[in-house]
Design a protein around this ligand. Structure first.
Ligand code: MG
Length: 342
């Protein structure tokens, strides 16, 4: 009898170690849906992380997943065909699609008994140092967070507030580490944004992520032209089709599996970004070690890595990549390299 692919899924809630605040909102937890695809006694794990601002919910993800009919596919290695089918079910649903893409790739790696980076023809990530994110907070808490991040070489700082300089000065009173700055669209005036970037460039800041609202295309192009630091698109770019819109107005793009619909399209996006001379950052949402370890398999292709999701939560369901002094280390296991806890 032919084997069949079996999809299952369940909701889960990630608890954040600290209230996470960026320029537009705060939160203490992140809803997720975990997926599993079973075939021939092997199970691939996937995940959809659903921060509220992206519009997907556990209900919308489970509704999308309930529409999937795997009975038409006999070979899980036929991932092009399977994932094209998934993408065509309905528009949007990027995180839901990513949860299938990730689980299918994990399964394929397990069936072939190779880690995913090898399946993609990549080298094992080396010197893959992730930044550690510090959300917007009171002075004393920022100092505590920086102390918690002492193992990490790079910090990512959320700005876009009324006291951005004060936040940076607080950080600079305790550490000189290189910083990535993410304004999350929080700066509204291009001249003020440029003045701020010039000031930040003197403070060992390496890059600026999404300084202004994604709609302000002319302002962003002006800023990117004049900025002493690379300007990276995050909210402005989700999928492959968005790269054409940002290629001339940014210096790089932040690729996240939850935006790109998973590993398959993330890889195509990286290649396309390179064709346009764009820098590549690999990022994540608040995620377990499942989705973050999956992304880590692509890290040899990135200029900058911001894959700290599992470090910011207290109830990870998986062991996957480990962080040794901020360096991400993949284990020797097949697929993503996950061990489910309990
Ligand atoms: Mg960002």
């Amino acid at each position: 009898m032919a084997q069949t692919l079996k999809l299952s899924y369940y909701p889960y809630t990630l608890k954040l170690k600290h209230t996470f605040t960026v320029s537009s909102f705060s939160r203490n937890e992140t809803p997720v849906v975990l997926t599993e695809i079973e075939y021939d006694g092997k199970v691939g794990y996937g995940e959809a992380s659903l921060p509220q601002y992206l519009g997907e919910t556990r209900e919308s993800v489970m509704d999308f997943l309930s529409k999937i009919d795997f009975s038409q596919f006999e070979d899980p290695l036929d991932n092009e065909k399977i994932l094209s089918y998934i993408d065509d079910i309905e528009d949007g649903n990027n995180a839901a699609k990513a949860s299938v893409d990730i689980a299918l790739h994990d399964l394929i790696g397990k069936l072939l008994k190779i880690p995913l980076f090898k399946y993609f023809g990549l080298t094992k990530p080396k010197n893959a140092y992730t930044s550690y994110t510090i959300g917007i907070d009171k002075k004393e808490i920022i100092k505590t967070k920086i102390d918690e991040a002492k193992d990490f070489k790079y910090l990512k700082i959320k700005l876009g507030t009324n006291n951005d300089k004060e936040i940076i000065e607080t950080i600079r009173s305790v550490t000189n580490k290189p910083l990535y700055v993410d304004a999350n669209q929080g700066w509204k005036d291009k001249q003020k944004a440029l003045d701020m970037i010039k000031w930040l460039a003197e403070k060992n800041v390496i890059l600026i992520e999404q300084p202004m609202p994604k709609e302000n295309i002319d302002d962003i192009a002006w800023l990117n032209e004049k900025s002493p630091l690379p300007i990276i698109a995050d909210e402005s770019v989700k999928r492959l089709k968005d790269i054409d819109k940002v290629k001339d107005i940014y210096s790089g793009i932040n690729i996240k599996l939850m935006k790109s619909t998973g590993l398959r399209e993330a890889l195509i996006m990286i290649n396309k970004a390179r064709d346009f001379g764009l820098k590549v950052m690999l990022g994540c949402m608040t995620e377990t070690s499942c989705a973050v370890s999956a992304a880590a398999h692509l890290s040899s292709l990135a200029d900058w890595i911001d894959l700290d999701g599992p470090l910011l939560i207290s109830n990870d369901l998986f062991d996957g990549i480990s962080y040794i002094k901020g360096e991400m280390k993949l284990n020797e296991l097949s697929g993503i390299g996950l061990i489910k806890k309990n």
